[in-house]
Write a protein that binds this ligand. Sequence first.
Ligand code: FEO
Length: 179
Amino acid sequence: MKDLLRQHTSLKEEIEILLNNQVKMEAEASSKYLAMASWCDRNGFKNSAAYFLRQSDEERAHMLKLFNYIMTVGGTAVAPEVGPVKQDFSSFRSVFEAALQSEISVTQSINRLVTASRTAEDYATENLMHWFVSEQVEEEDNARRALELFDVIGEEGTGLYHIDKAVNKISSGAGTAAN
Ligand code: FEO
């Protein structure tokens, strides 16, 4: 059945696998942000908790964008299984360091998908991935700006309180990449 279906789509199996891997990565990113939101909430950083909840929503939107694309082009979209997620962090700052590392890993994965789709002459997928390339520029920028607050404001005294307040001003960038 699978082979029969494949004759009716130009989506190559190797690209379908990479797209489904990316679906899983976005789902995991969404879950990671939930864990970050929870940590911030229980440690008194309410603005940062709200920020990470917004980021989690965005990652779910990314996952759905890929999931819907796979279905639209006649592939088999696989509902992602999310593995264990880090729930605890050693400090407020380390939460944002983990967020930036996660975004950099996503960017690298997106870049590999651009290369693979171009090599496979799958220009529809490459076109979709360009949206994600732009989105990742924003996401990494947000993560870096949040981390910079620790140096600009400083962690001494009421610093953490002010950092948490300033995080609230960071744009979530939701949907601002070219749709
Ligand atoms: Fe969808 Fe922030 O990676």
